[in-house]
Write a protein that binds this ligand. Structure first.
Ligand code: HEC
Length: 187
């Protein structure tokens, strides 16, 4: 016997209720998950494990696209090629000759093992990346270290606290008159 009109209506409502409940469950399960993903990708929301000891400095997002301040070379035993790059605040300060650097300045020193070019014997090219070193200017937060926060990273992870204790001492001893920054804008 075919269902009568009221029976059809009833089963339609039942289906709608089930669908609504399913939709609600899916939404309630997914939304917190999506929010977690979105916030984890924001630069300010990195986990504590990614931040340097003492200073809480992290590798800034997009630094591989930043402008070059100057290249450098380090003799043996490190035998490295380096490039110091800066965010827009850093580059503007360099170009204007502003010292001290303003808050918000970030300088990153990239470093690679020296490698002979496979195509041209006398040419040296970057080999494996070794360290990423970061200096962040925040004159209030880092007042005890000349306004600079330091971070040294290997394979994306910060090195230990002992190494972070050496940063300011060397920069202070030798580059104090230049706001603790060694690198000059390459001509
Ligand atoms: C023994 C001295 C010494 C120590 C210790 C040291 N640095 Fe440096 N740093 C330098 C020199 C010299 C330069 C100039 C660039 C080069 O030659 O590699 C430099 C450059 C830099 C730069 C680029 C900006 C600038 O000042 O030129 C950053 C960023 C940096 N260091 C971060 C660090 C961090 C982070 C630490 C600690 C983990 C650290 N440095 C420890 C000597 C030192």
């Amino acid at each position: 016997m075919p269902p009568t009109e009221p029976e059809k209506k009833k089963s339609f409502y039942a289906t709608m209720i089930v669908l609504t409940v399913v939709l609600l469950v899916v939404l309630l399960t997914c939304v917190p998950y999506l929010v977690t993903i979105a916030s984890a990708e924001g630069p300010a929301e990195r986990s504590a494990a990614d931040a340097s000891p003492i200073f809480g400095v992290t590798i800034p997002q997009g630094y591989k696209q930043w402008e070059l301040v100057a290249p450098a070379e380090e003799a043996a035993p490190l035998d490295e090629l380096r490039a110091v790059v800066g965010n827009q605040t850093a580059i503007d300060a360099y170009q204007a000759g502003t010292l001290p650097f303003p808050d918000g300045t970030i300088l990153v020193k990239r470093a690679w093992k020296r490698k002979q070019s496979p195509e041209f014997a006398s040419a040296t090219i970057p080999g494996a990346a070794t360290t990423v070193q970061v200096m962040v200017k925040d004159s209030k937060k880092y007042a005890a270290t000349g306004g600079w926060g330091f971070g040294r990273f290997i394979n994306g992870r910060p090195v230990d606290e002992a190494q972070h204790r050496t940063c300011f001492a060397c920069h202070e001893a030798r580059a104090r008159s230049r706001d603790y920054v060694f690198t000059r804008l390459a001509p």
